[in-house]
Design a protein around this ligand. Sequence first.
Ligand code: IPD
Length: 264
Amino acid sequence: MALRSATINVMIAAAEKAARGLKRDFGEIEHLQVSRKGPGDFVSAADVKTEKTLVAELSKARPTFGFLLEEGGTKAGSDADHRWIIDPIDGTTNFLHGIPHFAISIALQHRDAIIAGVVLNPATDELYAAEKGQGAYLNNRRIRVSARTRMDDAVIGTGIPHKGRLDADGHKQFLGQLEKVMAATAGIRRAGTASLDLAYVASGRLDGFWELGLQPWDMAAGVLLVREAGGFVTDAATDGDPLTTGNIAAANPDLHAGLKGLIA
Ligand code: IPD
């Protein structure tokens, strides 16, 4: 791995430790799928357990940092400038259904900036990592966003809002965006894990990605991955910060403005 700072090592070690437990849990899902009770409670417990492991490991290494956690909410640290932003299982619906496309996402925020990010898919052992100013990596390989310049060659990822996510107007707005993007591109993908969607933009597998109504823990690490891989990331409509608005548009530099134009 070309990233060698103490901070990124701490993040990778924490993610890998949590991933070992999550891998075992994922192995159980198949059996629970066919049980009458289903895997729902088991998955909630796995989510909480994974988050606890991450918090314990990161606190051991950096006892003063705070946390923003999907499950546990906000925990202030004595260092007001640093906090970890964590999603223990991004892509919970995939995990629940036994689909091997989910991730542990850890970002480190310093004041307003994300300065390090790790996204690890325990089912494939793909580990994405980035540090501000140091580039983005998939396992030991430097990654870059795609070089495609034509929207009609582009494959664009998105997330489809489901019941309970966005109101009826939000669903309508999304359908309008879908119509525009599908008419202009080589294809749309909906894989179900925003952090991995962003990691795929960073590694050039996807040419762009947009989604409405995300939470900071779904995006924080992925946003840094895309930027460090040479891509652009903004709010879906403005030049604002997606971590604040929840709406994101990410793409290679040639397609970012075009994607935003389509979803405007
Ligand atoms: C979800 C995933 C999914 C996205 C949803 C998110 P979670 O996160 O990132 O791709 O479409 O909007 O809520 O709940 O599985 O951590």
